[in-house]
Design a binder for this molecule. Structure first.
Ligand SMILES: Cc1cc2nc3c(=O)[nH]c(=O)nc-3n(C[C@H](O)[C@H](O)[C@H](O)COP(=O)(O)O)c2cc1C
Length: 333
């Protein structure tokens, strides 16, 4: 079976494969453009970089491809509004918004003619976004995903979470694409998600572990060596998050000067448990350390099935594996 295409606003991706946005500086122009060139939907992680850098990343991606390239933003981010304005000014192909929700950004995107995708993890959220003008697509992300997690129970799989959330969206009249995300790695996973009614899949860690991802060699080595993942409640955002096992101890994660550490606070979040209450570590420095290779003081987010990925390959090879029918499939045709 050929994988179906995916309509994103007025553009069509040849394959229904979305590369999830990954901040801080994991998914930049090289990764997003490579995915778009292979026929998927490429996404620049817009959280944790200043507006000027995001603008340069978008332009650099567009110089490399005419495929579908968008940006992922976290509503919880302090610079959210300014980063959203950059996306609109640079006419990205779509914007995916997670880690918090408000109607305003989707209205703004709609008025600008840019599709806004909302990342959700519950039936309750489905009922709200289905009635929000300007939401053009929805990503249903289970707790098997990497990074910050939306679901109350992070152990519920995509296979359990997706059907009721999709049903709630369709019952409420939502007609746009609905994408499944969290713990999807293989062609079999894609086919299973499509059979469940998904219009596409979003993948994170598989694309983070490619040659084009901007993660440091040290971070990629930690992913390759990871025996699995764990859910922590360490993040100063207040969300749970999924990171590699074995991980560095919480005490090794960076603190800012205000809290007895050596780093300066970049005010990356609207509400930060570290800055406001001194209860946690500095998330920006922790993620940035890992991305730059200082893994001993870095937070290494990962998807739930990181332990099943044993190679760092070019994005084109990921697409070859996802789009080539297995011998069993070919025999059944
Ligand atoms: C290292 C890493 C960083 C991530 N950062 C973000 C982010 O900034 N914003 C976001 O919405 N999702 C983020 N995610 C989630 C991915 O976009 C994707 O939806 C998720 O990882 C899918 O699960 P998978 O990794 O099992 O494929 C991140 C995931 C990883 C692995």
């Amino acid at each position: 079976m050929n994988l179906p295409s995916l309509q994103v606003g007025h553009k069509t991706a040849r394959y229904c494969i979305v590369q999830g946005g990954m901040s801080v500086r994991i998914a930049l122009h090289r990764l997003a453009a490579a995915v778009a060139e292979c026929g998927g939907v490429g996404t620049i992680g817009g959280m944790g970089i200043p507006p000027g850098e995001l603008r340069r990343e978008i332009r650099a991606a567009k110089a490399l491809t005419d495929g579908v390239v968008g940006v992922n933003l976290m509503y919880a981010g302090y610079l959210f509004d300014r980063l959203l304005d950059v996306c609109i000014e640079e006419r990205v192909d779509y914007v995916a918004i997670g880690a918090g929700f408000a109607r305003g950004p989707f209205k703004k995107l709609h008025e600008a003619g840019i599709p806004g995708f909302c990342i959700i993890s519950s039936v309750k959220a489905a009922r709200i976004v289905a009635r929000t003008p300007g939401v053009a697509g929805v990503v249903v992300e289970s707790g098997q995903a990497g990074g910050h997690l939306g679901p109350e129970d992070p152990e519920i799989s995509t296979w359990e979470l997706f059907p009721p959330v999709r049903a709630a969206l369709r019952e409420a009249g939502f007609a746009g694409p609905i994408i499944a995300a969290g713990g999807l790695l293989t062609r079999q996973d894609v086919l299973r998600a499509l059979a469940m009614g998904a219009d596409g899949v979003q993948m994170g860690i598989r694309f983070a572990m490619t040659e084009e991802s901007a993660a440091s060699a040290e971070m990629k080595a930690r992913w390759l060596a990871a025996t699995g993942s764990q859910v922590t409640d360490w993040s100063p955002t207040g969300y749970k998050s999924r990171a590699i096992v074995p991980h560095i101890p919480f005490e090794a994660l960076p603190r800012t000067r205000e809290n007895g550490g050596t780093y300066s606070c970049t005010n990356c979040l609207k509400h930060c448990l570290h800055r406001d209450e001194g209860r946690s570590h500095c998330i920006w420095n922790a993620l940035s350390n890992a991305q730059k290779g200082r893994v001993e003081n870095g937070l290494i987010f990962c998807g739930g099935r990181v332990g099943e990925i044993h190679d760092i390959v070019p994005v084109a090879e990921v697409f070859r594996r996802l789009t080539t029918p297995s011998a069993d499939e070919a025999a059944a045709d």
